[in-house]
Design a binder for this molecule. Structure first.
Ligand SMILES: NC(=O)c1ccc[n+]([C@@H]2O[C@H](COP(=O)([O-])OP(=O)(O)OC[C@H]3O[C@@H](n4cnc5c(N)ncnc54)[C@H](O)[C@@H]3O)[C@@H](O)[C@H]2O)c1
Length: 388
């Protein structure tokens, strides 16, 4: 397949690009490097020393003999370039990772809130509009988040894959059975943009019959894949700071440098997780199983397990002897929630989930230990607040 990867320089996008390239796909990365710019703005950098895009791509050619193309385009602002790119390459699919993806960053300042909404909704809308204008039959695979469902809204009721069966009361006669989009319940400006994306997909699918798969992904952990581990120049990004670092990777990094594990609130928050290798595999499966023309938006829950934040911290603490510190929760969220997620779609089409195990956790700790000298301890604590 010929596949355009929007956001292919990022954490998930880079690992996925190499994974798909290894499997014989023709990969074109589009990225405006805004994530690297935000690192500069926050005064942090990836724990791992990531190479420049050009260097990464040259290294990949050297070790795999596969060529990946790279285009620096701002998908949210350079519509004409995006359209020209689609027309030039005529891809079978576009995988859309190109959004501002940190909830804490999206709540940081009015400027960051506005940037997140402008960037994410314009990127998604430009892409949909460009696919229609190109007249190409492109399968759009978008990376959404489990956070669109909200946490604990319907207690422990299993969260279906995007659509909820409801009974609509009728004035005269029996209720109608319908499936509607699961009620959105975003917990941050970032999550809100993903719920807006879902409406954009709904409209363009209904109006223009676009083929769209929306992947509601859990928190990604791990860092290395078979491909990124092949050469130091291919190393993947590892965010550890208070805005971009994701919870399990942060605990493993903190353990590696002996920094007390930061649990916000009492740790009763239950969240969904997936390893970076499974994330790439899921995208391959989604690409191999596109919806047919005229099908509604296909929604898969891309997660493999759920854990409470406090329990993860205890597990890492027990394994490493590093204590836990409980901090005030900067977020506006329930102290404790249930989370029961259905993920039958990916299991049915062949996902064999990698579960959290000590080997993989140790691999992340080893990476963190190796690059511990790069940690800026002053950037570890979360500073973004949900309420001013
Ligand atoms: N990392 C996770 O735990 C996680 C969990 C659930 C969902 N997701 C989703 O997966 C996607 C990728 O996440 P990630 O962790 O790889 O994030 P990331 O920030 O590492 O990567 C995103 C990439 O998109 C690029 N980008 C952003 N806006 C762009 C624009 N307007 N034009 C071109 N490029 C642009 C950035 O420069 C960056 O390289 C995001 O949409 C995110 O919401 C991630």
């Amino acid at each position: 397949m010929k596949i355009v990867i929007l956001g292919g320089d990022g954490f998930c996008g880079w690992a996925t690009s190499l994974y798909l390239s290894t499997r014989g796909h023709d990969i074109i990365i589009v990225d405006n490097l805004s994530r690297r710019d935000i690192d500069n703005e926050l005064g942090v950098s990836s724990l791992t020393p990531i190479s420049f895009p050009q260097e990464r791509i040259a290294a990949w050619k050297e070790v795999s003999n596969n060529e990946i193309k790279f285009h620096n385009i701002d998908v949210a602002r350079e519509y004409d370039s995006l359209l020209a790119l689609l027309k030039k390459y005529e891809p079978d699919a576009v995988v859309h990772f190109a959004e501002q993806r940190a909830a804490p960053y999206s709540m940081r300042t009015p400027k960051a809130k506005r940037y997140t909404v402008d960037n994410n909704t314009n990127a998604t809308h430009n892409l949909l509009c460009a696919i229609v204008e190109s007249k190409l039959d492109i399968h759009l695979v978008h990376l959404g988040t489990m956070g669109v469902y909200g946490y604990g809204k319907f207690e422990n009721t299993p969260i279906p894959e995007g659509y909820l069966k409801v009974q609509v009361p009728q004035p005269d006669g029996p209720a109608l059975e319908r499936e509607i989009m699961y009620p959105a319940d975003p917990g941050s400006v970032y999550h809100m943009t993903k719920t807006l994306d879902a409406l954009l997909f709904y409209f363009y699918n209904k109006n223009d019959k676009l083929r769209v798969t929306d992947l509601h992904q859990g928190i990604v952990w791990g860092t290395t894949t078979d491909e990124t581990g092949r050469d130091e120049r291919l190393i993947n990004r590892f965010d550890y700071d208070g805005d971009y670092g994701t919870v399990l990777n942060r605990f493993l990094m903190q353990a590696a440098i002996g920094f007390p594990l930061t649990v916000h609130g009492q740790g009763g928050q239950k969240r969904a997780f997936i390893h970076i290798r499974d994330s790439a595999r899921c995208i391959e499966l989604a690409l191999q199983n596109p919806p047919q023309k005229g099908d509604r938006v296909q929604i898969f829950n891309q997660m493999t397990e759920t854990h409470r934040v406090g329990e993860l911290a205890e597990m890492v603490s027990k394994a490493t002897g590093v204590p836990i510190q409980k901090l005030e929760n900067p977020r506006n969220e329930m102290e404790r929630n249930e989370l029961n997620v259905m993920n039958e779609n990916f299991l049915r089409i062949g996902l064999k989930p990698i579960k959290l195990d000590e080997g993989l956790a140790a691999e992340v700790t080893d990476i963190a230990r190796k690059y511990a000298y790069r940690v800026d301890r002053s950037k570890i604590l979360a500073t973004s607040r949900w309420r001013s």
